[in-house]
Design a protein around this ligand. Structure first.
Ligand SMILES: [Fe+2]
Length: 133
């Protein structure tokens, strides 16, 4: 079973955003799969590196959309993005140092982050983006 099942609740209705969110869910599920199979930390690190670079790319695109639409909470949203990236970077560092022991924490954080951020924070900008597009 996948860690995160994509459901309609995740859909923002903005194609580019939804495609990227789907890809993020895929990478997080891949991390979970690898963790379950007891893959070595090299593989896990590769997946986390993938996740970090894809997430950074996604955030740039998302922030551009919010900027273009003059989303009033852009500043707060951007700082959330920064915090999320920093946290994943820190987790990756700890993971690298401590091996499998923090896999559970990484999984729980990624799951919470994706679900919570997409469902709450990202959904909040949808009306503004729809209106301006
Ligand atoms: Fe976001």
């Amino acid at each position: 079973m996948a860690l995160i099942d994509w459901t309609n609740d995740f859909e923002t209705g903005i194609v580019q955003v939804d495609d990227q969110h789907r890809k993020l869910v895929e990478i997080v599920n891949k991390f979970d799969e690898a963790a379950k199979r007891g893959k070595g930390s090299r593989v896990m690190n590769e997946i986390l590196t993938d996740l970090l670079s894809y997430t950074a790319e996604h955030f740039v695109d998302e922030e551009k959309l919010m900027e273009d639409a003059e989303y009033p909470k852009l500043k707060q949203h951007k700082s959330q993005h920064r915090q999320l990236l920093q946290k994943v970077e820190r987790l990756q560092f700890e993971f690298d140092q401590q091996g499998k022991r923090i896999t559970v924490e990484v999984r729980e954080f990624l799951k919470y982050w994706l679900i919570n951020h997409i469902l709450k924070e990202d959904k909040a900008y949808v009306p503004t983006l729809m209106q301006k597009s």
